[in-house]
Design a protein around this ligand. Sequence first.
Ligand SMILES: [Zn+2]
Length: 77
Amino acid sequence: MIPKYCPYCGDQKLEELEPTEVAIDNMIWTIYHYECQFCGELFDRIIPEGELEWDSITPDDLDALIDDDDKPKGYPH
Ligand SMILES: [Zn+2]
């Protein structure tokens, strides 16, 4: 779900930029932006709400994620 390496060069030095929340058809899609620190390519990961793997996450946690300007918290690792 979360990319661990750059799709362009395969390097693992990725910087996660501030994610964007987009509402489509009553679903919240989260667009994660990554910048490869090796080759400088930017790429996105779009994760629909239904595919969230955070089984233990609560709506309050989601609010905290959305409101927080810092890096999102609650990743499995
Ligand atoms: Zn790269």
